[in-house]
Design a protein around this ligand. Structure first.
Ligand code: NAD
Length: 491
């Protein structure tokens, strides 16, 4: 069993209260680690350290190329320790180790991208309308950043925040989910090895209601970056009003996948499955809401069922496992409740819809991959984010109808559609109100392109150049080279 600590001002420390908490493997509920359970006081000490490192330390003032070098060293260390990180991520989350390896490759790439971007900002010279003056716009680090991340992609989501913040010259307090802290701890060990100065990266472990709430409220935090659910996001918006913090919010999604009659049928089936069942559906951009045109609907549903019946559940470390458990007992109940709600609303559960019978899986938080047909768009299973291995299917007739229904949601994170008609591609990609729209693909993201949501799916964008700009203030500097007397007052 691992025993880990928090990292504040360059020191590995326990919680001030001495409290600890066990971290559980969702595959079999075994205890994999014991970590400190921090509280508000720990967060306050970490915020003070980050404040001091920003106000008085070297980091924000280093030449940007030097900061980029440090971030690049971190990328190299992540690549070096890829296997250890991937195994920790799978122990913590239950996802297959192969998926975790892909995550680690992405993460190293994210740090590399922002390392490269760190010294590419050339500012801007404005054509000043006043003679003999210069007017320039510069970007500066925003300051002390609280970074709160969720349990589904623990290190990936943390990296989306940490890499641009470091490249911009900010100082950081990381707060990973209390149930999946292990890769964040390892990443901070690597920050130390990469030579990032004390106080620049701090790590506080503990519950959102204490550590996360302190980061959101505290007057010394300049920006709060949060990835998680809408309900928590709304609490953070209120808390952050204390000092009008800058906010970057990546909230949930309920992502429609529209399949038109003229699509490539086999590819659309294949990607509909990939869009949902990775990490047991616990992906903010999962295409859990499938909408299929009437001409191919029945055949499409039958093809899905045939493949879903063969999905192999198991230990993420075993060769051949395609899907692991969900994250926790509470979440398993949540997922299971949603299926009961769908049954109650008149939908038809075609496969899954229960825990697996296999005794080898009895100790884990497993739920069978589930296909629910005969769904209507007003049903809760269609409108709400269940975050489980469930795909719902609605039948539609026309393009106009499906676009209207797909947009009729409070979420706006991502959507995809399948068609071979070029005019329809143009129309539908314009009409869908989502931050990312995939055409003849699903669930693709990369660090070069911005990621974020319309509507209640969030505020701001992560990744890409916009992801760096979230961590920068913009300053206009105006200089008069031939200042003349004005002589207006009292002359
Ligand atoms: P959550 O909102 O319960 O928790 C997220 C984080 O917020 C955790 O670290 C938690 O400790 C913290 N937190 C909880 N209460 C808090 C409070 N009052 N103040 C401050 N912080 C608090 O979400 P989760 O269950 O960990 O993650 C699942 C959710 O995350 C889903 O809704 C999913 O869609 C969303 N998500 C979104 C994206 C995206 O890119 N938009 C990516 C991944 C996950």
């Amino acid at each position: 069993m691992l025993r880990k600590q928090m990292y504040i001002n360059g020191e590995w420390v326990p919680a001030r209260s001495g409290a600890t908490v066990n971290i559980i493997n969702p595959f079999d509920q075994s205890v994999i680690a014991e970590v400190p359970e921090g509280g508000r006081e720990d967060a306050q000490v970490a915020i003070a350290a980050a404040r001091d490192a920003f106000d008085n330390g070297p980091w924000p003032h280093l030449p940007a190329a030097e900061r980029g070098e440090a971030v690049r060293r971190l990328a190299d260390l992540i690549a070096r320790d890829r296997e250890e990180l991937a195994r920790l991520e799978s122990l913590d989350t239950g996802k297959t180790v192969e998926e975790s390896r892909w995550d680690m490759d992405d993460i190293a790439g994210i740090f590399r991208y922002y390392a490269g971007l760190a010294d590419k900002d050339e500012g801007e010279v404005i054509a000043s309308p006043v003679p003999d003056t210069t007017s320039v716009v510069v970007r500066e680090p925003i300051g002390v950043c609280g970074q709160i991340s969720p349990w589904n992609y623990p290190l990936l989501q943390a990296a989306w925040k940490l890499a641009p913040a470091l490249a911009a010259g900010c100082t950081v307090i990381m707060k990973p989910s209390e149930i999946t802290p292990l890769t964040a701890v390892k990443c901070v060990e690597l920050c130390e090895e990469a030579g990032i100065p004390p106080g620049v990266v701090n790590l506080v472990l503990g519950p959102g209601s204490k550590v996360g709430a302190e980061l959101s409220e505290n007057l010394d935090v300049d920006l709060i970056s949060f990835t998680g659910g809408i309900v928590t996001g709304k609490r953070i918006i209120q808390a952050a009003s204390s000092n009008v913090k800058k906010m970057a919010l990546e909230l949930g999604g309920k992502n429609p996948n529209l399949v038109f009659d003229d699509c490539d049928f086999d590819l659309a089936v294949d990607y509909a499955l990939n869009g949902v069942f990775f990490h047991a559906g616990q992906i903010c951009s999962a295409g859990t809401r499938l909408m299929v045109q009437e001409g191919i609907h029945d055949r499409f549903v039958a093809a899905l069922k045939e493949r879903i019946d063969k999905i192999k559940l198991g230990n993420g470390f075993d060769e051949g496992t395609q899907m692991g458990p969900v994250i926790s007992k509470e979440h398993l109940e949540n997922v299971s409740n949603y299926v009961e709600i769908a049954r109650g609303e008149g939908a038809t559960v075609l496969c899954g819809g229960k825990r697996p019978d296999d005794p080898a899986l009895a100790d884990g938080f497993f739920y069978e991959p589930t296909l629910i047909a005969d769904c209507r768009h007003e049903m809760r299973i269609v409108q709400e984010e269940h975050f489980g291995p469930i795909i719902t299917v609605e039948k539609f007739s026309t393009e106009e109808e499906v676009v209207r229904l797909a947009n009729d949601t409070v979420y706006g994170l991502s959507a995809g559609f399948w068609t071979r008609d070029p005019d329809r591609i143009h129309r539908v990609s314009k009409a869908l109100r989502f931050g990312t729209v995939w055409v003849n693909d699903f669930n693709v993201y990369f660090v070069q392109a911005p990621w974020g949501g319309y509507k209640q799916s969030g505020l701001g964008r992560e990744l890409g150049k916009m992801g760096l700009e979230e961590y920068q203030e913009v300053k206009h500097i105006y200089q008069n080279h031939a200042t003349q007397e004005i002589g207006w007052f009292g002359k």
